[in-house]
Design a protein around this ligand. Structure first.
Ligand code: NAI
Ligand code: MG
Length: 492
């Protein structure tokens, strides 16, 4: 599989400007910011920095495209064709896009190529197929009336996405918004703006009319807040921390009561019962926490292991963790790359210190990985003998750090697994089918994996219970986030 990778020079943009109304332009303020390569700390590109004025211009363009011009009158099938063309262009440029995300985020090229990009393309194709299948209903009301519903796009949508899966999060947001006929102002994370801008070029090339998608790299408290509190944005979709999710809702409430969907943090219980296939469960625990450097909202960060298999399980897990190749993300053999930023690395190291101080046992890792390079590399880390009350068992770490917790009774593990303010995902490992289904029902999470971990499909809903979010992405469920329902009465 070790094919040659594209060189950074061949994929980095010559200019990284804002996409507003079909044109790449400088920020109104003329300001720029640098986006570094987390694997080296070196600057990859200088990027135009959007702020309120740019958000105003982009929202105006999106409003105009929503109300007038080719997009507003386009039939659903033509919309679907545009999305299909966009998906094709993404596929044609997959290698370049994968390399861009690897450079900007620090994640390994084997993952951007083999996981992120295929999921991105699937997602866009999936929603392209939905465009002409969104239907209303006729309702048998009382009286001499015909009553039917129209499903209409909600309007101008602000989308604020994080840095952990830059392209995939853009696809999850753009797919349903464009399939339903909305127009979009998308703000990528300041850590990873490059691939979204490249998507912007491909959207133009695919033939999306000016203003339908506007892309504004910039910071959260400035560009992001301007978008979330804008009076002419009909809906805001956000993925990121629970802390900022709360702010987004507040801004929506205080401005124009725009619709809100939120995809937030998690602290997933990954529960291993003694009758599980241990080989599979160990591999699942590894994927669950070390995939994408642990920068995954649904990471299996609380590993509940039953007493009788506990020591054997952790021994095997430790062996796997220590065999993970950490290093240059562009090397096709690298399995774990760099954390996204120095800030994120420091945050993770802070949690490791807290775990040690609270008396958890470091089975492996627990520190920065200086051998892997000068960038923000972490050692895959396992804490054992973690108690539910410890900070590392309660808070989202968003790094390759798993907290192993003992249990002796399945019911107790489920209860303790559910005892968190989060509810994004959960997993259970057992060879007893009946038990598996019963436990799946009891876990308070939007996604439950049985004898597997971190599987996704564009057709299957993803989202959180409790403080992990509001609404569902993917599948037909995500369409509802971007639609209004109109009830039409006709006297007969
Ligand atoms: P964040 O929530 O601050 O950033 C996510 C997005 O929100 C970015 O585009 C950012 O620019 C924007 N944003 C930030 N402040 C904003 C504001 N006041 N108004 C509008 N938009 C704003 O996340 P951050 O700081 O990058 O990471 C902190 C922690 O958040 C991580 O350690 C992790 O625990 C969690 N996180 C969760 C993610 C998820 O997928 N659920 C993704 C990224 C981070
Ligand atoms: Mg932040």
């Amino acid at each position: 599989m070790a094919t040659a990778v594209l060189t950074p020079e061949s994929v980095l943009p010559k200019q990284a400007k804002l996409l507003i109304n079909g044109e790449f332009v400088d920020a109104a303020s003329g300001k720029t910011f640098e986006t570094p390569n987390p694997a080296t700390g070196e600057t990859l590109a200088v990027v135009a920095e959007a702020d309120k004025e740019d958000v105003d211009r982009a929202v105006k363009a999106a409003r105009k495209a929503f109300e007038e011009g080719p997009w507003s009158g386009m039939n659903a099938r033509a919309r679907g064709r545009l999305l299909h063309r966009f998906a094709e262009l993404v596929a044609e440029n997959a290698e370049e896009l994968a390399t861009l995300d690897t450079l900007d985020n620090g994640k390994p090229i084997r993952e951007t190529k083999n996981v992120d990009l295929p999921l991105v393309i699937d997602c866009l194709e999936y929603y392209a197929g939905w465009a002409d299948k969104i239907e209303g209903e006729t309702i048998p009301v009382s009286g001499p009336f015909l009553n039917y519903t129209l499903k209409e796009p909600v309007g101008v949508v602000g989308q604020i996405i994080p840095w952990n899966f830059p392209l995939l999060m853009a696809a999850w947001k753009l797919g349903p918004a464009l399939a339903t006929g909305c127009t979009v102002v998308l703000k990528p994370a300041e850590q990873t703006p490059l691939s979204a801008l490249r998507l912007g070029e491909l959207l133009c090339e695919a033939g999306f009319p000016p203003g339908v998608v506007n892309i504004l790299p910039g910071y959260g408290p400035t560009a992001g807040a301007a978008l979330a509190s804008h009076m002419d944005v009909d809906k805001v979709a956000f993925t990121g921390s629970t802390e900022i999710g709360r702010l987004i809702m507040e801004m929506a409430a205080k401005s124009n009561l725009k619709k809100v969907t939120l995809e937030l943090g998690g602290k997933a219980p990954n529960i291993v019962l003694p009758d599980a296939d241990l080989d599979a469960a160990v591999k699942g625990a590894v994927t669950g926490i070390f995939f994408n450097q642990g920068e995954v909202c649904c990471a299996g960060s609380r590993l509940f292991v039953e007493d009788s298999i506990h020591d054997e399980f952790l021994n095997r897990l430790k062996k796997h963790a220590e065999s993970i190749q950490v290093g240059n993300p562009l090397d096709p053999n690298t399995q774990m790359g760099a954390q996204v930023s120095e800030e994120q690395l420091e945050r993770i190291l802070g949690y490791c210190e807290s775990g040690k101080k609270d008396g958890a046992k470091v089975l492996t890792g627990g520190e920065r990985n200086t051998a892997a390079g000068s960038g923000y590399f972490m050692k895959p880390t396992i804490f054992a003998e973690v108690k539910d009350s410890m900070k590392i068992a309660r808070e989202e770490i968003f790094g390759p750090v798993v907290s192993a917790i003992r249990f002796s009774e399945t019911g107790d593990a489920i209860q303790r697994g559910n005892r968190t303010s989060y509810g994004l995902s959960a997993a259970v490992w057992t060879s007893d089918v009946k038990k598996a289904h019963n436990i799946a029902r009891k876990l308070r999470a939007g996604v439950v994996w049985v004898n597997t971990y971190n599987v996704f499909d564009a057709a299957s809903p993803f989202g959180g219970y409790k403080e992990s979010g509001i609404g569902r992405e993917l599948g037909k469920h995500a369409l509802a986030n971007y639609l209004e329902t109109k009830s039409v009465w006709v006297a007969l």
